[in-house]
Design a protein around this ligand. Sequence first.
Ligand code: CAA
Length: 445
Amino acid sequence: MTAVGIDAMEIWVGNLELDLPGTFAPAQGEDPGKYTKGLGLHSSSFPDSYEDIVTMGANAAHRLMDRKGLEPEDIGRIDVATESAFDNSKPVSTYIAGCLEQVYEGDFHHANKGERKFACISGTQSVNDAFNWIKSGRSRGRSALVIATDTALYARDDPGEATQGAGAVAMLISEDPSLVELSTEQGFGSADETDFLKPQQQFPSVDGKRSMQVYLARMREALEDYEAIAEDIHPDSFAYIPFHTPFPGMVRKAALLAYRHTSRDTDVEDSLAEEIGRQPRESEFEDRESYEDAVREYTDALAETETYQSWYEAVVEPTLSISREVGNWYTGSVHIARASALRHAYQNDVDLEGKTLGVGSYGSGAQAEVHAEYVQSGWREEIEAMNVEEQLDSRYDLTFEEYETIHDAHNHDLDTDIEALTTPENEFVFDGWGRMGERQYSYVE
Ligand code: CAA
């Protein structure tokens, strides 16, 4: 069977940066440790006044197409995943195609375009749609462009403000991919939840603490569903586990539960038995409450073991490096976690070809998906070609006052006209409104 998966990816980071412990925490009267140690974040990326989900998505896609030597005719599908769309009818993919057509000779008139919504998981769902389209034999040898793009802003003084971010990930989904092949096995955990939503409003209504519980519950459900169809899984089955990363502290919690779950009835549980005992089994307890207390106690002890900590350092920590510097990118978040892991392998000369990644995607509302990905022979060249450090390092460092102004500039309810803080170069920019209220874009050399 032909392998289908991610052939290449590129990211586009918002051009502004907010230093969380250095600038945001003091202005909020908070301890910087909440950001660096608690949430695990150093900075957030923000869009300048001329940037939005279309420019960031089009810029990431442009880099990707140029690097891979692609023309519009090579693309049979453009799917955009976002939870920051500004139009209930016209999809962001048409705006992005319009941008790209300004810089290529051909056009995307024969490409199927759409927009996916299911909070942060829609990026992975769009990758799945592209995978299915190719596997079904409908692609005519063409590739799909999947773009996950978001401006993840919260209302000022909402606790979520600490986890904001903005950026886009463009992925090329093809036969015989260079980066990763996707598994056909998937596990889902999905339920009607009211934890994070945007009912006809720009900034989310969030029950933050509950959203974390829902993330863990749905991820566990997805893992169990995945186990039901995949071979027995073990903590060492995966070279890296990129999770959806709203902030690294969330992944720290998810990883510990995943480790406990996948190490049950394995040599890992046996080898830890002397140090922390065996995992509690519900049948050994009189009631659910005492069982849950025992599980909590075991989990806390597990977190302190050298065995767990060295696994976490090797398998999960490397997935968090980009997220720490950019915050939450919603639909793009799990995809930058994958990029962080592969970048870590590249920088440390890890031989990754043929190894498996376990990918845990999540979207509020709520749904989790677990699937595997198999690293392909071209992964090293693909990762080497990305310019992540350059983009991170060239961001403009915001003062708190500038942050307040830029937040207002992106607030749809305010009419704020501000001077850009950076000068665009070789990129698409927002340059005003058309006669039907559409947003207009141009390419700046
Ligand atoms: N030193 C070290 N650690 C500190 C600290 C300090 N000085 N101060 C606080 N901390 C720790 C806290 O103990 C806490 O860690 P634990 O959870 O491990 O106890 C962590 O830092 C955060 O502190 P708080 O809980 O006090 O933070 P908060 O109440 O301001 O809110 C939040 C945190 C609920 C995550 C909030 O940022 C939020 O609402 N975020 C948006 C929702 C979200 O991201 N949910 C995640 C799951 S849903 C999802 O994944 C979808 C999505 O993308 C949105």
